[in-house]
Design a binder for this molecule. Structure first.
Ligand SMILES: [Zn+2]
Length: 344
């Protein structure tokens, strides 16, 4: 499989007249009202934006034959491939797109990546990408098997998140079970717009006025005072909102098609697990340092709690689900396998 095969496949479709209207339709669907702006872009910016579309078009878009362009290309050209490429294209059809945590970097050799949703791991052969890669940073990429190894194959510009799990965009993207470049484009666009809108709220302690006690707020939903449940942003106006616990549970129940009681239970279970995790890891730290846990003062806690929090946030959805229904002892056993990079 030659370098630049993604471009080649796209080129193939652009040169067959019957596919021109399909590409046009796909572009309209992908860009919506942004299409005119995209058409006017030039240079690197254009290349980056187009790479995002190309990736979505080839791997996710369904042509009028009901198949993706990649699958269509594979079926039409099947007999022209040698056996090796046939295997490579087959693997390409199974390629995996998503957020990956960098677990290990071997300079100019490759990286070990772990999927943030299902925890699956791949060692990818890479040279250039290792120059600036750091452990615990997060990348958005498509991984495929080529010959005897795995490679990264989505060269779009917004794919690296230097703060890893502390990056708010990573948190937003993790709400999607399965990502594709169109979702990415829409999330980035929404964020740009919200950043502009919320600027106007930042200067006049807008949110501060809604917090009325250490754990109490004036709720934007029921307009009563209550225990703080969640902070959100109005997606149209950019206004920061705060909801009381009761309203938060009601909103979540509506969203997840569950009952308020189920939501309350879910929250308690998660809260218990995350508290237990913190306790266990503080204890581990103290034991390793030969300290009595009672002597762990604020200075020690301030030092180690951020890394514990980060490790907790970094667990995949699948890993978190695996705590459901466990008792404390069973959970502690599971927690002992989770490594934390404590600050020196
Ligand atoms: Zn409320």
């Amino acid at each position: 499989m030659r370098k630049g095969f993604v471009g080649e496949i796209l080129h193939y479709f652009e040169n067959i007249p019957k596919y021109i209207p399909e590409i046009y339709k796909a572009k309209n669907s992908f860009w919506g009202d942004e299409k005119i702006i995209i058409d006017m872009l030039e240079g690197e910016e254009k290349i980056i934006k187009e790479a995002l579309f190309n990736s979505w078009f080839l791997f996710d878009y369904k042509l009028s034959n009901g198949k993706t362009p990649l699958k269509t290309y594979y079926l039409i050209n099947f007999l022209n491939f040698d056996e090796n490429d046939r295997e490579n294209y087959k693997n390409l059809l199974k390629s995996k797109y998503g957020l990956w945590r960098i677990k290990k970097v071997d300079f100019e050799q490759g990286m070990l990546l772990s999927n943030l949703v299902d925890g699956s791991e791949f060692y990818v052969k890479e040279k250039k990408a290792t120059y600036n890669a750091k452990v615990d940073d997060v990348i958005l990429q498509r991984i495929t098997k080529i010959d005897d190894h795995y490679e990264l194959i989505s060269p779009d510009g917004n794919s690296y998140f230097p703060d890893g799990l502390r990056n708010p965009t990573v948190g937003i993207l993790l709400r999607y079970k399965k990502l594709n470049p169109k979702i990415i484009k829409n999330v980035f666009k929404k964020q740009e717009r919200l950043a502009e809108l919320s600027d106007q709220y930042l200067n006049n302690d807008f949110l501060q006025k809604k917090i009325v006690g250490p754990n109490e707020c004036f709720c934007d939903e029921c307009h009563k005072t209550g225990k703080i449940g969640a902070f959100l942003t109005n997606e149209i106006t950019g206004e920061p909102l705060v909801f009381c616990l009761d309203c938060t549970l009601k909103i979540n129940a509506r969203k997840n098609k569950t009952t308020v009681e189920q939501e309350r239970h879910k929250r308690e279970v998660l809260f218990k697990a995350s508290n237990l995790f913190t306790m266990t890891k503080v204890k581990d730290y103290c034991e390793a340092k030969g300290l009595a846990i009672e002597s762990a003062g604020m200075d020690i806690l301030n030092k180690i709690l951020p890394s514990i929090q980060e490790a907790w946030n970094g667990l995949s959805v699948k890993e978190r689900r695996s705590f459901d229904g466990l008792n404390e002892t069973e959970m502690i056993v599971k927690f002992s396998n989770i490594h934390i990079n404590f600050p020196k």
